[in-house]
Design a protein around this ligand. Structure first.
Ligand code: DGL
Length: 269
């Protein structure tokens, strides 16, 4: 039993897709969330910059009494975790492994699509993981660079998102995939638009949901669940103004987070 908090981070709002599921799966756990809203997006930056940002994010989270780090960012999972994972000094669960395992379980025709940020897609990390789990699998991928800025600005179902999504997803739709990994934690916020384009025959793998399940399994297997019987708390930190995050975060989490969000100078970590 371990009552320490779960530390979660992302480049911005996207990791809340994992937080929402963590609250559902593990209601007694305390959560500390950091969204690097001052430096978002990560997915169009160099590998060195992403690693530098991720190291700072982790150093900040480690200033709290936490028992595990959840890398709720597809880009950080694909690009930084393979390089720095063993030096974190705490267990770390990333979105990539959890989503890849889920996709392999779901696909029937062995044609799996992945959408993610340009850095995630360029890393080929999802394809490598999936191929290590399943032989003769077809991997089809597409980078969707405008999705993160659109979500960060509150566009989750507008006409502009639909047009951008049609442009990005056209080739994937024609490829005959039956499973599509939403390989960036911002993308579950666009699920409605994406499923409208891909159709009901394509299963969408929500990285936030899969990651929360994996965290639950890990805590259980390692005797690290909280023994609290009441509801856990969640504190939020961002590296830019709190207002936008509070507004969009409250809408998305369907609970008011005004007053629970603090600004941090992440460059100090
Ligand atoms: N949510 C992040 C991810 O999962 C977004 C990355 C970005 O900031 O570009 O990849």
């Amino acid at each position: 039993m371990d009552n320490r908090a779960i530390g979660v981070f992302d480049s911005g709002l996207g990791g809340l897709t994992a937080v929402k599921q963590l609250m559902r799966e593990l209601p007694h756990e305390d959560i500390i969330y950091f969204g690097d809203t001052g430096r978002v997006p990560y997915g169009t930056r160099s590998v060195d910059t992403i690693i530098k940002y991720v190291e700072g994010d982790i150093r900040f989270l480690k200033t709290f009494d936490i028992k595990i780090i959840v890398v709720a960012c597809g880009t950080a999972s694909a690009v930084a975790l393979p390089v720095i994972g063993s030096s974190i000094g705490l267990p770390a669960v990333g979105v990539l492994d959890a989503a890849s395992k889920a996709a392999v379980k779901v696909t029937k025709n062995k044609k799996i699509g992945i959408i993610g940020t340009p850095s995630t897609i360029a890393s080929k990390a999802y394809g490598t993981k999936i191929r290590s789990l399943m032989a003769d699998v077809g991997i089809y991928s597409a980078a969707c660079p405008l999705f993160v800025p659109l979500v960060e600005n509150g566009h989750t179902s507008s006409e502009v998102v639909r047009l951008v999504a049609q442009e990005y997803l056209g080739d994937l739709k024609d490829s005959g995939i039956d499973t599509l990994i939403l390989g960036c934690t911002h993308y579950p916020l666009l699920k409605g638009v994406i499923s409208g384009i891909m159709g009901n025959d394509v299963a969408l793998i929500d990285v936030g949901e899969q990651t929360a399940k994996r965290v639950g399994e890990f805590l259980c297997e390692n005797g690290l669940m909280s023994e609290r019987t009441g509801k856990g708390s969640c504190r939020y930190f961002v590296s830019d103004t709190t207002e936008n995050f509070e507004k969009l975060g409250s809408l998305f989490l369907q609970q008011r987070i005004e007053g629970l969000v603090n600004k941090v100078d992440i460059e100090k970590y």
